[in-house]
Ligand binder design. Structure first.
Ligand code: PMP
Length: 362
């Protein structure tokens, strides 16, 4: 029916067919693979979080969850020295980001973000009709702060970037992030800190100082709860209120009972959080040194993954060779980065299997 020339079919082809959907990293069903392609945490979540999820699995599931997820907002507020009204929660940080695109990032002037960055940003721009401008990274793949400062009438309507950036892993110092926020008081600056707990400096420390700052975090990486789907934003109450309005027009319950219970217990288990992140950082440093020894050029990483290329071997070919050996890493067929592999830091044992395989391939 949509092939006929009707207003509906014209809308459909112009809007929906025009979208370039985000292609998520591969999620294979086999568990005998060494899966280093979607930046999950190699060690499991806090045992206290698992226990809290089990305890929440009972007859109470017949009841709706708390529409405000107050217990989680309170726990996050305590953890980050904020008020609960400065916290917005959602079903994974992708959903939090989607709400920010709808509520905060759409202006007459374009949204600016790095030209090599999280591939969901241009997708959301297409979906929500947000004009955007991709700002090239420097030669060394770092974000150039100066490019985000207003020059005359050239200024951003809003700005979004991950810190550390994805898929490069490079982090911007907090003082540089602050320069961008301070220079753009009219623009919402969204800092996506999905990977910050592995060595970045969080801009949550600046939330009380700048009403135009929104910081987004996820439980999928440093808290090892990608399967639970929890993310949050911290910012000025005005920004949070805008997000809540959009959310309430969209659905009534951001998080289910199991997610709230597990996320609260995870936030309260600071020791497990710190220790499991420390193990990943230490494995990352070992892996960086080993890949360097094999001749790889490795970008400095403050994340739980590394971005590396080999001067003598094609990136796609290396990824294919690893795949034959049941190891999956991420390869992007995009300009400038198609020679790189993005490799999630796995357990020590997984990293050793990867390094052995690379030695054999090279
Ligand atoms: N931001 C960045 C930069 C990411 O890499 C990811 C994970 N792919 C996300 C946000 C979304 O993570 P989640 O929806 O699992 O919280």
């Amino acid at each position: 029916p949509l092939t006929a020339d009707t207003p509906m079919s014209r809308y459909w082809s112009a809007v929906v067919h025009g979208l370039t959907p985000y292609v998520p990293g591969e999620q294979p069903k086999l568990d005998n693979l060494v899966k280093l392609n979607t930046n999950e945490h190699p060690y499991g979540p806090s045992p206290r979080a698992l226990e809290a999820i089990r305890a929440a699995t009972g007859e109470a599931l017949r009841l709706y969850p708390d529409p405000n997820a107050e217990a989680l907002k309170a726990a996050l507020a305590r953890r980050h020295g904020l008020q609960p009204q400065q916290i917005f929660v959602g079903n994974g940080s992708d959903e939090v980001l989607a709400h920010a695109f709808m509520a905060l990032l759409k202006h007459e002037r374009p949204l600016w973000f790095p030209d090599i960055t999280y591939s969901f940003y241009p997708v959301y721009c297409g979906l929500y009709g947000v004009a955007h401008r991709a700002v090239p990274l420097a030669e060394d793949f770092s974000i150039r702060t100066g490019d985000y400062l207003p020059q005359g009438d050239t200024r951003a309507g809003a700005i979004i970037f991950p810190n550390p950036n994805a898929p490069t892993g490079r982090a911007l110092a907090l003082a540089e992030v602050e320069r961008i926020i301070a220079a753009n008081p009219e623009a919402v600056v969204l800092v996506d800190e999905a990977y910050v707990d592995f060595g970045g400096e969080s801009a949550i420390a600046l939330v009380d100082k700048y009403p135009n700052l929104l910081v987004v975090h996820t439980f999928s990486k440093s808290r090892s709860l990608a399967g639970l789907r929890v993310g949050f934003a911290a910012g000025h109450t005005g920004l949070i209120e805008a997000l809540e309005r959009v959310k309430n027009s969209f659905n009534s319950y951001p998080l289910d009972r199991l997610a709230i219970a597990g996320a609260v217990a995870s936030v309260e288990d600071e020791e497990h959080f710190r220790e499991s992140c420390r193990k990943v950082v230490s494995a990352r440093e070992t892996l960086v040194a080993q890949l360097g020894g094999l001749g790889f050029e490795v970008l400095p990483s403050a994340a739980n993954f590394i971005f590396a290329r080999h001067p003598a071997r094609d990136g796609a070919e290396l990824a294919a060779e690893l795949r034959k050996r049941a190891i999956i890493v991420r390869h992007f067929k995009a300009p400038r980065i198609d020679q790189f592999l993005r490799i999630t830091v796995g357990t020590d044992a997984q990293c050793a299997i990867l390094v052995d395989a690379l030695e054999e391939i090279l």
